[in-house]
Design a binder for this molecule. Structure first.
Ligand code: GRF
Length: 221
């Protein structure tokens, strides 16, 4: 597994982490295309700056979500990715495009799934009064933010946190979490069979945890 496609709708800081790691020789892969539903996404500019092909399509130019997804994914397929990383891609994906690519798509989501799916996850965590929040990388399935979780990074909620301060601390951990998970997929320590994640050849029954060393550790049993 080597060829990576990235889907992004926004500023692209997660994309940048992968770009920088590849440039530094820390990640044995290649980003072969960046794809967006927003022509002004910062992620597209970051891709162009790194010499990566960048593509965007406008949802309003299509009659249906399915027509948009079919067009976007025919562009994605044209770069022949082994792995598709949704990094801040904010559109719902149609089931047909997900189901046609079993085990090849992951998403980074800013909460400890299955808690706080969807939008405004940091405010959801504050409203719920949890002490631990964080980020998850999960297998993309047809259910929004619902696929099996591969790895998580935990972040303590602090007294006085608001959604912005919490988001900033979670983002700091999202970056090494995504990098470590993609590295594991590229070197084969992590594999996804169908929708089922495995770590070092064993099925994963609970998410891997990002340690203070920025490495992934098997969950304690
Ligand atoms: C991240 O918090 C990601 O988890 C969420 O959207 C944000 C994207 O950030 N889904 P960036 O575009 O990678 O900077």
């Amino acid at each position: 597994m080597r060829r990576i496609a990235v889907l992004a709708s926004g500023r692209g800081s997660n994309l940048q982490v992968l770009v920088d790691a590849i440039a530094a020789g820390q990640l044995n892969g290649e980003i072969v295309g960046v794809f967006s539903d927003r022509s002004r996404a910062g992620a597209l500019q970051r891709a162009r700056d790194a010499g990566i092909p960048a593509f965007s399509l406008r949802p309003r130019d299509f009659d249906s979500r399915q027509a948009f997804d079919d067009a976007l994914f025919s562009l994605v397929d044209s770069v022949q990715p082994d792995l598709i990383v949704c990094a801040g891609y904010m559109r719902l994906l149609n089931a047909n495009v997900v189901e046609a690519r079993p085990g090849r798509m992951i998403n980074i989501h800013p909460s400890l799934l299955p808690d706080f799916k969807g939008l405004h996850t940091h405010q959801q965590a504050l409203d719920a009064g949890v002490g631990l929040h964080g980020a998850s990388v999960h297998v993309v399935t047809a259910e929004l933010d619902g696929g099996p979780v591969v790895a998580q990074a935990r972040v303590a909620v602090e007294a006085g946190d608001d959604a912005a301060s919490l988001a900033a601390r979670v983002l700091e951990r999202e970056h090494p979490l995504l990098l470590a998970t993609v590295a594991g997929l590229l070197d084969g320590r992590i594999a996804i069979h169908g929708a089922h994640p495995c770590f070092e050849g064993e099925p994963l029954h609970a998410p891997l945890q990002l340690g203070a060393d920025n490495a992934l550790h098997a969950p304690s049993t």
